[in-house]
Design a protein around this ligand. Structure first.
Ligand SMILES: [Cu+2]
Length: 651
């Protein structure tokens, strides 16, 4: 996490969390980068951008097909007349105007598969590869294309370039929260480089699992992935919910996501409520112009900028010269960006709105409320945020919140009712999360809330009269679809979140427990310990031995939170009683979750603080077929480090 000392250095540098090295990491001198003082950026001068629906190549009752590339382009993220920012983003290759940060929203229906060919087009106009926009640390356990086929997906070497690795950039897309077969999940070692004229001949062009997954996909669909791409198919056999897609390359996710590639994936149909019950519409494919949207996804991120308008990310961890030289344990951006614009404004009518809130920050926790004053702290919420859903779909019943806590990668599906707010009123979505590591507790009591003049503000609402009737049901009268709970568990796993000193800094590691109940940290490459049997339901008791909150994300599943607290037996809050794919694990607590694993193969579970994830806070999650491991079905080493507790637990 960013330390107070580092933050002081950051504020001395003008508010951006750029770290000022004393001796220069690895004995180098840092190029002078002038950070933009975020306090100077005028707020609420541009309207909120609502990402349009992603254009499809073909749609049929059988499936929707897309070809989506990641490209580099410039976009107006700062207000007009300020410099534009070079970013990366996704778009449809058949529609060059569709590229954006954030990307267009993929609109999917339950029961109708979506097939996407994801293309890495990080090349320039001549077809030469583009290097990363941000410093990349080659010494981490990362994709490491320069290692060649023998050295990929391992620790790489530092060649002295202060920018770190400057070669072609791996990409692989993960649909976060998706119930996806392994070959379509965006495994961190299934990355691929772009097709470029100048790829070094000794580089690995793909990650270690790419070929295996390419074969599996070909077997299943008869379709072979073209170089520089991967085709994934999403079954959409889960509840209607708000998902998102982003890069997941090994040891590189923090920079790849920070550079911009991310988009919403809204899964409708299935258990969705009949049309008109919830506020709508949200953008659909082939919408005519000037549609008024009342169901609006909000991707909230923190970003720092240079005086030239480019993205700024720390290029040195500290004044120590030891490895990893370009890794920082946490990131705190100086400005808030919503749907790709700094501090936008949204004109709302006196009616109900549905907001799909997504925390897309690398490591910032958001505590959001709707207040009448932008800077007053503590914020005095004036409208409840009615939560109707979490990561995996609807809650059992609507929950009014004064303040919503949103960790990185988490979603809250919410209704805000502006009906009784007089026209002309201005309201603010404010953030009272901290500007550095979050350890839980109350803002203003247990920690200082984010700077009320910058990162403490998110979005302005300007209320106007309604131009039409609002057919949606008031949130307090809503009846949400009911679902049965998961059945009894076949196994309980005891797991740990740990801190370890490494070189001059603390790194965070997942792990298991040893025979005395202490945390036994394990790295990405250690023998696989989490190997549920296909079809099993398991309880995971995750003990947090660190001082900070970590958002723990499991691939493949939408799980239930059973309990928290020192024993893991305290009931979750009402907003956590739906399905989750990312759960906040609080310091010194046991977070108990229950998940059903019904897809075989290689997956992962990890901390979604991207700086942690990229530096070993990720572990394999391999689902084995019944009757033992078959080669290739998550057939990594099966050695369990410690005996696992086998019992039944109805939760
Ligand atoms: Cu973490």
């Amino acid at each position: 996490m960013v330390t107070r000392r580092q933050l002081l250095a950051a504020s001395a540098a003008g508010g951006a969390a750029v770290l000022v090295p004393a001796g220069g990491a690895a004995g180098r001198a840092l190029a002078a980068v002038a950070p933009l003082d975020a306090g100077e950026i005028p707020k609420y001068v541009v309207p909120l951008r609502i990402p349009p629906a992603m254009p499809a190549v073909t749609t049929s009752p059988e499936r929707d097909e897309y070809v989506i590339a990641v490209r580099q382009f410039r976009q107006q993220i700062l207000p007009p007349s300020w410099p534009r920012t070079t970013v990366w983003g996704y778009g449809s290759t058949a529609h060059p105007g569709s590229f954006g940060y954030p990307a267009p929203t993929i609109m999917a229906r339950v029961g109708r598969p979506v097939r996407v060919t994801w293309v890495n087009q990080l090349v320039d106009g001549r077809g030469d590869y583009l290097p990363h926009l941000l410093p990349v640390d080659p010494t981490l356990h990362w994709a490491n294309p320069p290692g060649g086929p023998a050295g990929r997906d391992r620790h790489g070497h530092w060649d002295g370039d202060p920018q770190g690795y400057r070669g072609p950039v791996p990409q692989v897309v993960h649909l976060h929260g998706g119930h996806s077969p392994q070959e379509s999940d965006g495994h961190s070692e299934a990355w691929y480089l772009p097709v470029a004229r100048d790829l070094p001949s000794d580089f690995a062009l793909t990650g270690s699992t790419y070929r295996e997954f390419r074969s599996r996909f070909a077997e299943a669909s008869g379709l072979r992935w073209a170089p520089g791409s991967a085709t994934f198919e999403y079954a959409n056999d889960q509840r209607s919910c708000t998902l998102w897609y982003h890069d997941h390359s090994l040891g590189l996710t923090r920079e790849n996501v920070y550079a911009g590639p991310a988009g919403f994936y809204l899964l409708g149909g299935g258990d969705d409520l009949p049309e008109g019950v919830l506020p709508g519409p949200t953008p659909a494919r082939n919408d005519p112009p000037n549609v008024r949207y009342h169901d609006i996804p909000l991707l909230i991120q923190d970003r720092s900028f240079t005086a030239d308008g480019d993205l700024l990310y720390p290029d040195a961890r500290s004044s120590h010269g030891d490895v990893p030289p370009l890794w920082t344990s946490g990131f705190s951006g100086s400005a808030i960006v919503v749907n790709g614009r700094t501090w936008p404004t949204l004109t709302v009518q006196r009616r109900r709105y549905r907001f799909r809130l997504l925390n897309g920050c690398n490591s910032r926790f958001l505590l959001l409320s709707v207040a009448a004053h932008a800077t007053a702290r503590p914020a005095r919420p004036v409208l409840p945020v009615w939560q109707i859903g979490s990561d995996g779909g609807f809650l059992p019943e609507p929950v009014p919140h004064e303040r919503v806590t949103l960790g990185p990668a988490q979603r809250v599906d919410a209704i805000v009712d502006f009906t009784d707010v007089p026209a002309g009123t201005e309201l603010y979505l404010v953030n009272e999360g901290p500007d550095w590591a979050y350890a839980g507790g109350r803002p203003g009591v247990d920690f200082d809330p984010a700077d009320p003049h910058t990162t403490g503000q998110v979005l302005r609402f300007v209320v106007t009269d309604a131009t039409g009737a609002d057919s949606s049901v008031p949130p307090e009268q809503l009846r949400l679809p009911s679902h049965s709970r998961l059945g009894p568990a076949q196994r309980v796993r005891r797991l740990s979140l740990n801190e370890r000193r490494s070189g001059g800094s603390m790194i965070m590691l997942l792990g298991v427990l040893d025979e005395r109940g202490r945390g036994l940290p394990l790295r990405w490459s250690d023998p696989v310990t989490e190997q549920p049997t296909l079809g099993d339901t398991e309880v995971w008791e995750v003990r947090n031995f660190t001082r900070h909150v970590h958002p723990v994300h499991l691939h493949q599943v939408q799980f239930e939170l059973l309990g928290r607290g020192h024993s893991g037996r305290s009931l979750p809050g009402p907003g956590d009683r739906g399905r989750l794919d990312t759960v906040l694990a609080y310091p010194w607590e046991v977070t108990r979750i229950k998940a059903h694993f019904d897809l075989p193969g290689r997956y992962a579970w990890h901390c979604h603080l991207l700086e942690h994830e990229d530096n070993e806070m990720m572990r394999p999650l391999n689902v084995l077929p019944r009757g033992g491991a078959a080669a290739g079905d998550g057939g990594s080493p099966t050695g369990a480090v410690v005996p696992e507790t086998v019992s039944t637990d109805a939760g």
